[in-house]
Design a protein around this ligand. Sequence first.
Ligand SMILES: C[S@@+](CC[C@H](N)C(=O)[O-])C[C@H]1O[C@@H](n2cnc3c(N)ncnc32)[C@H](O)[C@@H]1O
Length: 237
Amino acid sequence: MFIINYLNRQPLNIPGRKIHSNQNGVHENLSRILERNKHNKYLKPFARHTLEAFKKAEQIIGRENKPLILDSGCGVGESTLYFAKKYKHHFVLGIDKSFHRLNKNIYYKKSETDNYYLLRADLIDFWRLAALEKWNIDKHFVLYPNPWPLKKDLKKRFHAHPVFPDFIGLGAKIELRSNWPVYLQEFAFAYSFFSGRHFTVDTFIPKITITPFERKYVQSGQILYRLVIDNNKYASV
Ligand SMILES: C[S@@+](CC[C@H](N)C(=O)[O-])C[C@H]1O[C@@H](n2cnc3c(N)ncnc32)[C@H](O)[C@@H]1O
């Protein structure tokens, strides 16, 4: 049983509940979409708020002058703070479009570290801008992205979006986590399509949980999946 949000007709990804989908493996249309995205550059004008957020990020990162970690779709930013503590010599940028989630962050108020920043921006534009400016990213985390598990919503998944070649062009060591293996299998498939390199999806049991979604999935006994892409810059994208 799953709940449909009738405003946009996608099943709500309620933390703790298992994902229900009418899709079992890589979507049959994914290759066709990737082929199209390979040849058609995404040219939609940038939203002003993300241009402003990007400018702000450039100022901060320029000032810090440290190897950069992106925590894309950071939600409340718990993982951003975790990475900042773990990678003390890096600067961690947590990005999310949800003002509500970013402002729910209760962790950083007590934080003993300042090598991170939480930024409100749309990742689709942000990744494109970062690729244009040839950002040098050391690690890139995408933890529990919205899965959009209905077949008809394929194009809403990050790897099927026309921005994906820019995402790959950012380079970095990438880590994705999800409770829906199909999302990661498709992501690996799309990555192989553009790079010719193959990656596998593994199950994992976190020693400590680093995001609210991860914690809820663990507490409800769900299996978690991880895709790690150790990526040297893929020059031709
Ligand atoms: C399922 S939540 C996971 C949040 C967090 N990583 C966690 O594990 O608790 C997915 C997050 O991605 C954010 N998100 C989805 N699409 C986005 C986009 N285009 N730009 C920025 N944030 C986005 C949502 O606002 C949401 O906070």
